[in-house]
Design a protein around this ligand. Structure first.
Ligand code: OAD
Ligand code: ZN
Length: 312
């Protein structure tokens, strides 16, 4: 597995097969059919304590209910809305070579994207509840919006792998000095490219660009995934490597639950017997799981208790 963030590989180029559609019942959450696991089976595995080491893989789809656009949804996704930046192609905005040539588009976007006025949603609280119940082995997120660590979502740093980095810190592209993300923010807010006070190099937030190495914590996957006894994959297109391939790193006996608008990645081209797909809105899917678990009231209490606390 390569350990730099890579462009998505077009499915046709990768030699992948196009979707082998799962039985319709697989998305319904109804009772088991022909030995296939369904959502209620997953709830039972959690509820009975058969699964206690849950790994969650998350993408931009868990933040859309908080009002943050994802990347690849046609029309609403970020990559469909970058015309104003005159990029050669949309992904260039997160590409290191382009950034070195022209950092202005990234900082213009960062100004809009930067965490600030968005709040965690029911998905973040569901993951927090998994943690509170001692069931969360680790949350691997591709998101750079910081919502998982907002105090109201409260998923502790030890349980979190921000696989594509965050705005919390920044590094000078020339002298490699590290700066708190806050230090460059005044400049970015004014529409200026932040420069290193020591060497005047451009200071880049520690977001993992295409072509950059993954953060050290990402390598926790080497230990976590073989240990996991349940994998939840929420709101991601599974198009960016090496993150996407993590879902292949759990043991074959381990159920993998995908809740997403589309059937993506290996769920489409190489499903496993233990896979469960809930195709549709991630909030609805998670709420159904919460109901099946009998956690609805607890979730409401948690949200009520924590909702006022969001701060950045
Ligand atoms: P994408 O935009 O590629 O995929 C988001 C997925 O979530 C899509 O399949 C959407 O259909 C789905 N989705 C969105 N809203 C949803 C909802 N309310 N309910 C259900 N599904 C929903 O985002 P990621 O997979 O996170 O890199 O993208 C991976 C990486 O590509 C990002 O981390 C980013 C980008 O380049 C960096 O920021 C470095
Ligand atoms: Zn410097």
């Amino acid at each position: 597995m390569a350990h730099v963030c890579r462009f998505p590989v077009p499915l046709s180029v990768a030699g992948r097969r196009w979707p082998m559609f799962l039985p319709a019942a697989a998305g319904s959450g109804g009772g088991s059919e022909k030995g296939k696991l369904l959502l209620q089976d997953v709830a039972e595995l959690i509820g009975t304590g058969a699964c206690r080491r849950v790994v969650v893989m998350a993408g931009a789809g868990i933040s859309t209910p908080s009002g943050i656009p994802d990347f690849r949804s046609p029309g609403s996704g970020l990559y469909s809305n970058l015309q104003q930046y005159s990029l050669p192609y949309p992904e260039a905005i997160f590409e290191l070579t382009f950034f070195c040539h022209n950092p202005k588009p990234f900082f213009a976007l960062a100004k809009e994207l930067r965490p600030g006025n968005c709040r965690p949603n029911v998905i973040h609280y569901f993951i927090r509840l998994l943690h509170d119940k001692g069931l969360l082995l680790r949350l691997y997120t591709q998101n750079i919006d910081g919502l998982e660590r907002v105090s109201a979502a409260g998923i502790p740093a030890s349980k979190l792998v921000e696989a594509h980095g965050s705005f919390a810190s920044a590094t000078c592209t020339v002298c490699q000095r590290s700066w708190p993300g806050e230090d460059i923010w005044a400049e970015v807010k004014e529409g200026r490219v932040p420069l290193c006070p020591v060497c005047t190099g451009v200071v880049k937030p520690d977001i993992v660009f295409f072509g950059e190495p993954m953060p050290q914590r990402f390598f926790l996957h080497v230990v976590d995934f073989p240990m996991a006894d349940l994998l939840l994959i929420l709101g991601t297109s599974l198009e960016v490597e090496p993150f996407a391939s993590l879902c292949e790193a759990v043991r074959h006996s381990v159920p993998r639950l995908l809740i997403n608008r589309e059937v993506v990645g290996p769920f489409a081209w190489r499903p496993r017997v233990q896979d469960v797909v809930v195709q549709g809105d991630v909030v609805e899917g998670v709420q159904r799981l919460v109901e099946l678990l009998g956690w609805t009231e607890e979730m409401q209490d948690l949200i009520q208790r924590e909702a006022g606390k969001a701060s950045f």
